[in-house]
Structure formats: C-alpha cells, structure tokens
Design a protein around this ligand. Sequence first.
Ligand code: FAD
Length: 475
Amino acid sequence: MAKQFDVVVIGAGPGGYIAAIRAAQLGQSVACIDAWSTVDGKPAPGGTCTNVGCIPSKALLQSSEHYEQANHHFAEHGIEIKGVELKLDTLVGRKDTVVKQNNDGILYLFKKNKITYFHGTGSFLAHVDGGWSIKVSGTVDEDLVAKHVIVATGSSPRALPGLPFDETQILSNDGALRIPAVPKKLGVIGAGVIGLELGSVWRRLGAEVTILEAMPEFLAVADQQVAKEAQKAFAKQGLAIHTGVKIGEVKTAAKSVTVPYTDASGAEQKLVVDRLIVSIGRVPNVSGLGVDTVGLKLDERGFIVVDDDCRTNLPNVWAVGDVVRGPMLAHKAEEEGVAVAERIAGQHGHVNFGTIPFVIYTSPEIAWVGKNEQQLKTEGRDYKAGSFPFMANGRARALGDTTGFVKILADAKTDEVLGVHIIGPQASELISEAVTIMEFRGAAEDIARICHAHPTLSEAMKEAALAVDKRTLNF
Ligand code: FAD
C-alpha cells in the first residue's frame, strides 16, 4: 500500500532538504527522495551544493590558498619554509571528508526531524484521491501519496554541443574537483563563478590556466569597477583570461585537448591543454520526473514554470531552487524552500529577491547585493556612490591583503542603500552587513553611524558609507 505524507520533497539539495526540515518543524509528515549516490552507491544527500558544488569547491579553494601562501607569502611574515611539497591525494581526500561530513549531517537532520528519506529517483504517476501519487525507484521501490509535492531537483552542467563530458579530459565541475594530478596546462571555457573558482584552485596548485569567455566584457554581471579590479588582480596572479572569443570545434587526442577560437580582434587562435573544464552554465533537472505524465509546465529553456510564490501549474505542486527561474545559488534555493514549507502550513513565507547576495570565492573575493552602477544608470535612477579602498584599512594592512575596495550606492535623495559591491579580503562575510541594512531598507547614513570594531575589515564598509557623503575619516 502507498505510504501517505503531507509533504513529499523530490531532491535533497539545499532547496529540498531545507524545505523538508522546515515542513517537519511546522508539524507536517514529510518524506524526501534523493537520487544522489557516492561512488560506491551509498546515499549522499545534499545535492550539487554538497557533493560537487559549494562545499567541495570551497574546501579545495582553502587548501590551494594555504599552498599559495606557503609558497609565496609566508616569507613576508618572516616564516621561511623550505621544500613545500604538494600531496594532491591528501588535499583531495580532505575535500572528500568534508563532503562526507556534510552528507552525514543531512542524514542526521532527517532523523532528528523525523523525515522519511528515500534513496532513489522520484517521479509523478498521477493525481489521485488524497493528493499526488509518486513512485520511488531506487534501493527499495516505494509508492507514496502526498498532499503537497515540492520539486527541488536542481540542475546539471551544460556541455558544449558535440563535446560530452568524459570527466577525464573534458571536465564538468564534477571532474574538475577530482583531477588526479595537477595538469601542466588547463583550459577553462566560461569565466563565470564556477570557471573562475575552479581555475583559481588549479592555478594555485601549479597549472598554467587559460580561461576563454564568449562575452566581450569580463564579469558582465558584476559592477564594472569591481570587474576591472578583479581582472587586474587575476592577471597579476597569472590567470590568462580572454574575453569576446568564439570557440571552434574542440578536438581531443590521447594526451591533449585542442581548442580553436577566434579572439576579440578576429584573429584565429589555438589553445592546446591537457584538460579542459567546460563551465558555460547549467540546465534544470527535469528528466525522469514524469513531467509529461502529469502535465507539469516547463518554460522554453526547460525550467519548471512557477509564480512568485513557487507554485507550479499543478495544484499543491511547488518547485524551488535551480530547477526554477532566478539565480542558481544555494541560499536562494534554501530561502524558497523555507517559504514554500511555510506557505503549505498556512503561513506567509517570503523571499526578497532584491537582497540575495552574490559571492565569488576567488582571491580577492567578490561579493555584491542589490543594483550595480550600470543598472542604476540604465534605470535613470539618481544615486550617490561612495567607496573605500582596503589599502587604507589597518586590518587589511596587518593581514597583508589590501587589494580591492567597498563601494556603496545610495539613492541621491533618500540615501537608501541600493547596492553594495565589495572586492577584497573576506568579501563573502562582509556582504552580510549590507544585506541586513538593505533588508531593513536602511540608509548609507545608518551604516556610517553604526560603531564598527577596530581594527576590522568591516570598517571599510563604514568608511564607504561615510564616502557616500564625502566625509571618510581614514582616506
Ligand atoms: P541541487 O543542489 O542540484 O540538488 C538537487 C538534488 O535533486 C540532487 O541531489 C539530485 O540528484 C536530486 N534529483 C534530481 N532529480 C531527481 C529525481 N527525479 N528524484 C530524486 N532526486 C532527484 N551556490 C552558492 O550559493 N554558493 C556557492 O559557493 C556555490 N558554489 C558552487 C560551485 C560549483 C562548482 C557549482 C557547480 C555550483 C555552486 N553553487 C553555489 C550553486 C549551488 O550548488 C546550487 O545553486 C544549489 O545546489 C541548488 O540547489 P537545489 O536544491 O536547487 O539543487
């Protein structure tokens, strides 16, 4: 007989597992189905984020940054290390341990919140009496009936046409996180967040990295002042980034990959590398879900169509995270998951899309929230800008990390903060203050009047707020 639940969540990435926990907290009976397995077939909840995304990439970024520091920066601190040696197996093994700790943590949270977890693929069968009939095909096959279904099936890497991922020479984010030996030459197609982070990891570990980007501008999504500063910093580190390129037909041979391309000036070029990371975007995961069986509506790009509240075209079927419109970010998926669980329980869940922070965990880190200068200009909005360089921040000097700045954009009349853009040390942490201020619709003057501890990097935020009214104290 089919097992009955108030809520069945399909997918245990950050959107799905968080939705399941919140629904359980609100008194619903909840099941969560997830297909992800370890290489030896064990359950590995956490989705892309935990298994091949946010968490392992940050583990590798941390380890590779230590290696870079030991090789190139410890000497400035009077610490001489002779014969720094890289043990790639240990470095990648540590990353795997971190991933497993997160998988186990989610299994523990499922137990703690009395969520029934099914390891397998979930698909819609039909609308039946009492809700939706869902089939689980996996370790054990099960039939479930749910009053509400939350689809949180995430996304997968997009391949170049005619060039499938083999994860040996042509790598997605998955293969790029477990290259068995540091490549001499590594190519990356796509200078987005994933390409820049993974390119940085392998550059720090010793690879010669070339990134090819089709867009004419570098980091077109970021504030252009930040993008320019980032491009300068990455070039100094030895990351070769070519924008405005047109990629030709990629050829693989036994030990090399050849990428012919036309550069921004129109000249024909050729990049020959040992391995190639393709990071040109991601596609929503909808196959195997039974979309056609029940008539779940998709848009022209294959994303599940939802309204502002994450309702699909089917009654009591919701969708959150990467499989729907909006930024492909773990915290966006989580916020939608919480909001949907609350709506199911009759509450008024809400996601403020205007205050979702964006972070790139390179060195320097890049983070922003709200509008950038290009957007404000296009909108014809009157604004004031204030910025403060980390060079003038005492803590940044003590850290030996003075690249970058904080820039605040505020409404010219009301002083409301419209956007904050940071490039520099700990930008990923500093951006939270900006998010909080914007969530409360605060003004630059509010930040300027808040007491910030000294010496901290966060003083750069206060000084940038003071700069909005041209009254910085330390610059
Ligand atoms: P996912 O995490 O993709 O999870 C979906 C789950 O559903 C998967 O486990 C999948 O196996 C399962 N599934 C799919 N179909 C079915 C089915 N039919 N039945 C059962 N299960 C199914 N975001 C950030 O915010 N910060 C970062 O630092 C960051 N770094 C990233 C680094 C990399 C290299 C990559 C690739 C991504 C990164 N992201 C980051 C993006 C982030 O991983 C995604 O936005 C996030 O994982 C989306 O969550 P989700 O729950 O929607 O989907």
